[in-house]
Design a protein around this ligand. Sequence first.
Ligand SMILES: Nc1ncnc2c1ncn2[C@@H]1O[C@H](COP(=O)(O)OP(=O)(O)O)[C@@H](O)[C@H]1O
Ligand SMILES: [Mg+2]
Length: 278
Amino acid sequence: MSNKIERIAIKTTNLVKKFGNVIAVNNLNLKIPYGCTYGLLGPNGAGKTTTVRILNSIISPTAGTAKVGGFDVITQSTDVKLNCGFLPESPGLYQKLTAKEFLKFIGELYYLPKEVISARIEELLDIFDLEGRENDLLEGYSRGMKQKICLCAALIQDPQIIFLDEPTSNLDPAAARMVKDLILDLVNKADKTIFICTHLLDAAEELCDVIGIIDKGVLKLEGSPKDIIKSQNASDLEDAYLKIMGAVHIEDLLAWREEVPNSVNPRKNSKKRKKARG
Ligand SMILES: Nc1ncnc2c1ncn2[C@@H]1O[C@H](COP(=O)(O)OP(=O)(O)O)[C@@H](O)[C@H]1O
Ligand SMILES: [Mg+2]
């Protein structure tokens, strides 16, 4: 048995967030060690963005506590913000700034020295393949390019803990692949702790050590993708997810077709036709 003490990067205790009558986060308990890639998975409106906004001290919880990097999200919000990178779901960009001006501004918010800011901007623009566009106004950037700039902003102070809310949602397949590779690099080479909110199952399965499945603010299940698949006796994460969410499979939706006469059942007819041909 290992006697290594696991250091915890993100911890929530009975976290609750209510918006009027809506309970967006319902008694959430998370314990995420440093170096872990954690995926919070769930349908639209499940409470993922609300959770990540609380963890970045953007909004306060209604009840419960949360610590990120050892700092309390309510009483030590400045420390939380200084120690975390955050890619919001709908980031605000200053459209009349160039990419370089915007990233310089973000770097200054983190009190980074000028030389560090310049070096980091060059490095990030190179990684994201945006060199040559750094002096263009952000208003002229495509959605995917804006997403890349927001990722640069989340990474500029080289944070130990990084929160990414739907990081690949606006990206074309090549850019999404690039972001996934970057996330893998951040974990494998730089030993970062990454918290990803997503509803994209393939990204979660590929990137995450641990997945938490949340629905209507409640954490329904937590474990490695492998364990979750096994626990549901499922073939892959999508199958497991649908079983957990109690979703109706398309086969069930179409079951009525087995009951109707062959004349109106194209699937049965096509089987018959195949038999006749064979
Ligand atoms: N600022 C807000 N005011 C009122 N309701 C909100 C607010 N933010 C989120 N909600 C509600 O909280 C629930 C969870 O939303 P959200 O955390 O954005 O879900 P997700 O990111 O999983 O799609 C939804 O019912 C949403 O309408
Ligand atoms: Mg969201």
